[in-house]
Design a protein around this ligand. Structure first.
Ligand code: AMP
Length: 528
């Protein structure tokens, strides 16, 4: 079954209902289907063969979803590229995927021209007239549109999801139609049961988690609304929620929830329509989650996944958040329970399954897991050894099946022979009333091997000393886990997908020292 069938069905059931909305633009389900079939057919007519890769680097807009479904329709493999990447990074993904086509926005033209040789082998289509590129609209208007989508087998690839590549070059996690179908069904079954006409708002990049949540929305005949501003602006986000009666915000990184809490002015916009805000992609600290629920109600939905098992390892529905919070249950700080048609547990360094409560690497299997990395058999064999995806995330399941994530295996600090999980220290620091945000990591130390180090952002108008932070940690944890030193900064750098760039901050402390990254822990997941 071709994933396009979900759009076909919604277009038949709700032809005149809005499918994609941004600013003053509305695309109905009939128009969406027709535009996708046109794009797919015209890509084939331009020389693409089924199975060829089509990359895009676009700011959020309805064009992204039209292109994704155009690729599905034609049996092409879509390659979303993070729109915040540098032209050379874009070129790497285009080259590695062997994309025949790159669809991009006009804002990338200068970078592409400056690196023209890197893009010499790819046919380009731009949203606006640009030298060396065809016009995206020509793919919509061309005369070779398909009458219907091509047949596809469940194993046929339809998507390459490039990992963020924080410890090396990005790798393309291969997704096939079966996987995508399972991710769609699992989202509807476990996290939020989107209804026809329900408005789902995207304020995070559609090339990442938000784009995946657009798929169950389409399967159900919901409305995918997309914010207009490229930057994350709370006022315009909440104005859109009020204007469109948004019920579900598709995806927010924890850093965005923190910003939402900081900038929210109660009563300014009517947000009573909101039933669900989905978050994930990085840990949220329990205190921040509590504040968010107190402010906006029990509407938060957590997902934990990675490009290799997209948004689908464990999850916590809004109801489960509500129950745990009401009971004062510390499981509110977990990543929830394993999703319905997914198997997951933790393993030790020899891949032996661990009993509840014991810490190890999270491994996953099921139809939601990738069949491997694109043209990278070594990384595939390492990640999928024994038939289980090795996530590189360290944590433990408790006796009721809740997963507590500690950290990426590579982020664990080994100080004086003791393992310290940065997240545990961060969870304590964030409780300090003068702290807005923080990040913890290990730095080289002659005596300890590695010393626990914190970088802290104080709340605006507050001043703090390192001693205050260290003493505060001493009230919450064993001495060896306390930071040995603290630096203060105005803000923490975040990735294009809203994740705090712990390793970028950490790097300057390691100049001239051999970094232990990748070693030390029993968990040696290759994917990051
Ligand atoms: P990506 O492939 O870019 O989506 O990154 C996936 C990684 O983000 C995972 O392997 C985790 O380390 C982290 N992550 C995703 N969801 C969560 C979550 N709910 N809580 C904590 N970490 C998460």
């Amino acid at each position: 079954m071709n994933t396009f069938a979900f759009l076909e069905k919604s277009a038949r059931q709700f032809p005149d209902s809005p499918a994609l909305v941004q600013g003053g633009e509305t695309v109905t389900y009939r128009e969406f289907r027709d535009r996708a079939l046109a794009i797919g057919g015209n890509l084939l007519a331009s020389g693409c063969q089924p199975g060829d890769r089509v990359a895009f680097c676009l700011a959020n807009s309805p064009r992204i979803l039209e292109l994704i479904y155009g690729c599905f329709a034609a049996g092409l493999v879509v390659v979303p590229v993070n729109s915040r990447l540098h032209a050379r990074e874009i070129a790497y993904i285009v080259g590695n995927s062997g994309a025949k086509v790159l669809v991009h926005g006009p804002e990338y033209q200068a970078g592409i021209v400056a690196n023209a040789t890197l893009f010499a082998d790819v046919a380009r289509y731009c949203l606006q007239p640009a030298d060396g590129a065809g016009l995206f609209q020509a793919l919509v208007d061309g005369e070779h549109g398909l009458a219907q989508a091509a047949d596809a087998k469940s194993e046929d690839l339809c998507w390459l999801f490039y990992t963020s590549g924080t410890t090396g070059k990005p790798k393309g996690a291969m997704w096939n139609h079966r996987m995508v179908r399972c991710v769609i069904m699992n989202y509807l079954a476990d996290l939020h049961n989107i209804q026809p006409g329900e408005v789902v708002l995207h304020c995070a990049p559609l090339s990442h988690g938000s784009g995946i949540i657009a798929l169950p929305t389409i399967a159900r005949g919901g409305v995918n609304a997309i914010t207009e501003t490229a930057s994350f602006d709370i006022d315009s986000l909440l104005e859109t929620v009020a204007r469109l009666r948004v019920s579900h915000i598709a995806f927010m990184a924890p850093t965005q929830i923190v910003k939402l809490l900081e900038d929210y002015r109660p009563g300014q916009h009517d947000i009573s329509s909101l039933q669900a805000i989905c978050y994930g992609g990085a840990p949220i600290y329990v205190d921040q989650l509590r504040q968010a629920i107190e402010t906006f109600g029990p509407i938060f939905v957590q997902l934990y996944g990675q490009g290799e098992s997209p948004i689908t390892i464990t999850g916590m529905s809004a109801n489960l958040h509500r129950e745990l919070l009401a009971a004062g249950d510390p499981r509110i700080g977990s990543a929830g329970r394993v999703r319905t048609d997914v198997e997951a547990h933790c393993v030790d360094a020899r891949d032996n399954p661990l009993p509840p409560g014991q810490t190890g690497e999270v491994v996953v299997r099921g139809d939601v897991v990738m069949p491997g990395y694109w043209r990278n058999p070594e990384a595939t064999a390492e990640a999928l050894r024994g038939g289980w995806l090795h996530t590189g995330d360290v944590g433990y399941f408790d006796d009721r099946g809740f997963l507590f994530l500690l950290d990426r295996a590579k982020d664990m600090v080994i100080s004086g022979g003791n393992n310290v999980y940065p997240r545990e220290v961060e969870e304590a620091i964030i409780l300090h009333p003068k702290v807005a945000n923080c990040v913890v990591f290990g730095i080289p130390d002659d005596y300890w091997g590695e010393a626990v180090h914190a970088v802290v952002v104080a709340k605006s108008g507050e001043t703090l000393t390192a001693k205050e932070i260290i003493d505060f940690c001493g009230e919450h944890m064993a001495g060896y886990k306390k930071p040995k030193a603290v630096d203060f900064v105005e803000e923490l750098p975040v990735s294009g997908y809203g994740k705090i760039l712990r390793r970028e901050i950490r790097e300057k402390y390691w100049v001239g020292h051999a970094s232990r990254i990748g070693g030390g822990s029993g968990a040696k997941g290759p994917n990051s």
